[in-house]
Write a protein that binds this ligand. Structure first.
Ligand code: MSP
Length: 594
């Protein structure tokens, strides 16, 4: 580490030197032992989405971030842990900073007007998409300003802020400082070389100003200890390892304010109006504002927090945020779930390419549940996913309309189930031990495989959710739906009759088993397709209090226990579970012609 006149030189770049001059101040941070989780009373859980920039309208990538958090939160609610207090789920809009200030100028609007307009679009989209958040925060609210300024004061009082000269690149689109190694040159319109961010391709500009600086460098070791001690802190594991790798390198201090003359659209530094608080510090504190910080009541929700974020904002959430929290004497968040991005026909989504997919159009075309299912079934957190319309139609038609809808229809259609009931299960036809030779036994080896598969499905799905692999949970459900259709096909209940004393118990058993499978699928699908799952479970006659994940008891008659559904009258017929889309593809043909 080089030193200049008793101060530490924190970062060097190839062509210029970035000086973060640090005075000597107190070096204490973090009140408790790192990595020790504060136990939050009552098993509370607090889920968050990132807060969204309001420089442009929402796209499907934003909706995907929100849907992942929504599914995690809905699932948590369905666990109905005895004695567990309510779940909290926050989302919102990130409204300060240079990016928004510049966007407002470009549109000829006052920043507040732009924020109101776009924030309302996010709120409307999330309402339409069934994002069941409990809180929506806007960083321009008064309560947030109080929280951010208080947080700042805590850091200052703990000696973690100092004034220094920052000189280096700043990327307004990404709202971040970049070292020279992360900057490249791209040809501008007049053939000139324009400096851009290597990662995002967004333009960067050289900045040299005196700012407040956070002693981030002091947190390298505590961050490493936290992550090494908690391998589940960041999921998927690839991203956990990426952060550990970043921490192997030097961690320079972080500039956390900008000159107000440059950036007026933000929260002023307490006691120094000439400086505005860096938008990322401002934005990250939203997670505390929502739960009432600085009022002590926030402690009933912190740190049992799960943040869902995109990979582009990993460093802010996995390094800056935990360090800031430790600096303020708090624990890092419980879990950080990271996802990758959606591209469109192989290209990054961008306004300039004109390929931004409007999520509201998709919700209209594919239905809310259809589009939720598509994004969560196809989105793989580890890799970027490509979007195109044909893929949506193909997936929804085959998995929701044909396989799941078809299965429900097969079990409940009047022709096959004329009494409209959940029929009885016959242990004589389907004994719990395979290989029975009595004439009444009709179950085959594959049927036992189906029972095993669906019995283990809830646990499998739970594990996938825990590892942030919602797509795998849906894949597992879909595979069991296929297997159940195979079961029905194999035994062709339409060839059996209720009138025949030999057929009737087996016909009832086939329908009972298929309905039990459907009940499990419907229950497990609730976090992803809440309306469709409600329709399915209502049709099966499953009441609202029987839909928790804790009391699934699949096929209890097979295991020798009573089944509360047996003999129950089905719910009313309400039409197809999910109508095929390919019949309504005229819009696609039209869109391709124009
Ligand atoms: N305002 C910051 C977050 C502050 S959180 C304290 C921000 N906003 S954003 O609007 O740019 O992005 C919000 C979320 O949308 C991020 O998680 C980001 O990864 C996600 N997505 C943006 N484009 C995306 C895709 N193309 N695909 C999937 N998600 C994408 O960053």
């Amino acid at each position: 580490m080089l030193r200049i006149r008793g101060r530490r030189l924190l970062a060097c770049t190839a062509s210029r030197t970035v000086l973060l001059l640090q005075d000597s101040g107190p070096r204490h941070y973090c009140s408790g032992p790192l990595g020790a989780r504060d136990k939050v009373p009552g098993g509370r859980a607090y889920f968050t989405t990132p807060i969204f920039y309001v420089n442009a309208a929402p796209h499907i990538g934003h909706l995907y971030s929100a849907l992942l958090a929504d599914a995690l939160c809905r699932r948590h609610r369905l666990l109905r842990v005895p004695g567990a207090a309510a779940t909290r789920f926050s989302t919102g809009t990130d409204e300060h900073g240079l990016k928004i200030q510049q966007a407002a100028v470009a549109m000829g609007l006052a920043p507040a007007e732009l924020c109101d307009r776009v924030s309302a679009q996010f709120q409307q989209l999330f309402q339409e998409a069934g994002i069941a958040s409990t809180d929506f925060i806007r960083t321009t609210e008064g309560r947030h300003r109080v929280a951010v300024q208080h947080f700042w004061e805590v850091l200052r009082a703990r000696g973690l802020l100092y004034k220094g000269l920052y000189e280096g690149w700043y990327c307004a689109s990404d709202e971040c400082f970049l070292p020279e190694a992360k900057v490249t040159r791209q040809q501008g319109p007049a053939g000139e070389a324009c400096p851009v961010s290597l990662e995002s391709g967004h333009p960067v500009s050289w900045t040299r100003e005196e700012n407040y600086i956070f002693r981030l460098s002091q947190f390298r070791e505590p961050l490493l200890r936290w992550l090494r001690g908690d391998p589940q802190a960041i999921s998927p594991e690839t991203f956990h390892n990426i952060v550990l790798q970043w921490l192997e390198e030097e961690l320079p201090d972080l500039s956390v304010s900008r000159r107000s003359s440059q950036l007026h659209w933000g929260i002023p530094v307490p006691g120094d109006d000439s400086q505005t608080i860096y938008v990322w510090l401002d934005a990250l504190v939203n997670y505390l504002t929502v739960i009432g910080y600085p009022d002590a009541t926030f402690k009933s929700w912190w740190p049992s927090t799960s943040h869902v974020i995109g990979k582009d904002i990993l460093k802010f959430h996995a390094i800056y945020w935990p360090a800031l929290l430790m600096g303020a004497g708090m624990s890092p968040p419980h879990r950080i779930y990271v996802h990758s991005h959606w591209t469109v026909c192989g290209q990054k989504m961008s306004k300039s390419l004109g390929n931004v997919v409007d999520p509201r159009t998709c919700l209209d075309r594919y239905t809310v549940d259809g589009f939720r299912y598509f994004l969560l079934r196809q989105g793989v957190p580890n890799w970027d996913c490509d979007y195109y319309d044909e893929k949506v139609v193909k997936l929804l038609d085959s998995e929701l309309a044909d396989a799941l809808g078809g299965l429900l229809n097969r079990c409940t259609a009047k022709r096959i189930n004329p009494f409209g009931i959940y029929p009885a299960f016959s242990p004589a036809c389907f004994p719990s031990q395979p290989g029975g030779v009595e004439p009444s036994v009709r179950a085959q080896a594959e049927d036992y495989a189906l029972v095993r598969a669906v019995s283990s499905l809830p646990k499998q799905v739970a594990d996938y959710y825990d590892n942030f692999q919602i797509y795998k949970a849906l894949e597992a459900v879909s595979s069991c739906v296929r297997q159940t259709n195979g079961f029905v096909q194999r035994h062709a209940p339409w060839k059996l009759t209720w009138e025949s004393p030999a057929d009737a118990p087996w016909l009832g058993t086939v329908l009972h088993v298929a309905m039990e499978c459907l009940r499990v699928f419907g229950t497990l699908l609730q976090p992803v397709t809440p309306t469709l799952a409600d329709k399915l479970l209502s049709r099966l006659g499953v009441s609202a209090t029987e839909r928790g994940l804790g009391d699934l008891s699949f096929l209890s008659r097979f295991y020798g226990h009573p089944c509360p559904f047996e003999g129950r009258t089905l719910g009313p017929e309400t039409g197809l579970l999910f109508p095929r889309l390919d019949q309504s593809r005229a819009w696609m043909v039209k869109a391709h012609r124009t």
